[in-house]
Ligand binder design. Structure first.
Ligand SMILES: [Cu+2]
Length: 226
């Protein structure tokens, strides 16, 4: 084989490797979950109604065994993401279907409902100002926006119930769940992180790794726009 031919083969091989590396890096950089937009058909002054769910094992995507949040897009489709685009200075009415089992809270203060209209959440239709996680099925997750002072504990369901949702998500309301409803008002434009404060990352150090550290699972952002 001539020197030129060998050089050609090596060059092609190097370019192939380079392409693979660039492709992998780009795929990694673009791996952030989708943003669901609640601003597109929003009329000023009107509230935004959102439906959200929490599941014990999502059954889809990169980490099927992980706990996760999902959100229903305005077109009704469930999306596996925690990035929500919302209009500024707007009332947001959240209906949250909680399908996961719970445990007692490490810190009972996290059972306190804070930062929402009326100072209470509706738990299966009844107003509750505090969730006592030492009773019942404990608390599965929280929905908390630290910068807005919002904290919503989500009571767990009976993990041994016949109709317990073991995934894949989305779970459906004929499966064992608690319906938690609350309203809060978005502030001015900005990115506001939200997260769960129950160390629910089973199999990770102190339960705080894995889904607790990954956008799309147990934390996300409110992308508030003018
Ligand atoms: Cu959680």
């Amino acid at each position: 084989m001539s020197r030129g031919a060998r050089l050609g083969i090596v060059t092609v091989m190097l370019l192939a490797v380079l392409g693979l590396v660039i492709g992998t890096v780009m795929a990694f950089l673009r791996s952030s979950p989708a943003t669901v937009d609640f601003t597109a058909n929003h009329r000023p002054g009107q509230p935004v109604d959102m439906t959200v769910q929490t599941v014990g094992s999502v059954g889809i995507d990169a980490h099927p065994t992980w706990v996760s949040y999902l959100v229903q897009a305005p077109n009704g489709r469930w999306v596996h993401t925690t990035l929500w685009q919302l209009p500024a200075h707007t009332l947001v009415n959240v209906s949250l279907y909680e399908y996961d089992s719970g445990s007692p809270l490490r810190n009972p203060e996290i059972g306190l409902i804070m930062g929402v209209n009326g100072g209470a959440e509706l738990l299966n239709g009844k107003p509750v100002p505090l969730v006592d996680a030492t009773g019942g099925n404990g608390v599965a997750h929280t929905f908390s926006i630290p910068t807005l002072g919002v904290n919503i504990p989500l009571p767990g369901v009976d993990g041994s119930a016949k109709n317990f949702c073991a995934g894949p998500a989305p779970c459906t309301p004929n499966q064992e769940h608690n319906l938690i409803q609350f309203s809060f008002t978005t502030p001015g434009p900005g990115q506001y992180p939200w997260q769960c404060f129950v160390p629910c990352g089973l199999g990770f150090l102190y339960g705080n790794g894995g889904p607790m550290q990954t956008i799309g699972y147990m934390d996300g952002f409110l992308k508030v726009v003018a």
